[in-house]
Design a binder for this molecule. Sequence first.
Ligand SMILES: [Cu+2]
Length: 117
Amino acid sequence: MSSRSIITLGATFFAASILAIAGANITKTMHVSGNCKMCKKNIEKPLKSLDGIETASWDKDTKQLTVTFDPEQITEKKILETVAGAGYDSDSLRASDEVYSKLPKCCKYRDGGHGHE
Ligand SMILES: [Cu+2]
């Protein structure tokens, strides 16, 4: 192998490692209120359609939303805004009453769990 191709190879590895750092996804867990399987769908679906989100998973038992995303493409704030836009409260952002009122009865988490008839 010539010294030139060794340099080229070295430069390629260097560039690849920079790209790997720049494109690194991070995983964050946040508390999001909700009740049921339908909430899970309502919370995850709009997130998964966003650019920069690799995975989004909400657990109805722990109320924890775990999102893996590319911080170059999307911010945590935008994620929480999307969750609030779907009608769900997180620790730092509350959904508007208007959006919340449109949630199905089973998803009304604010009045102590399942909706009253
Ligand atoms: Cu629900």
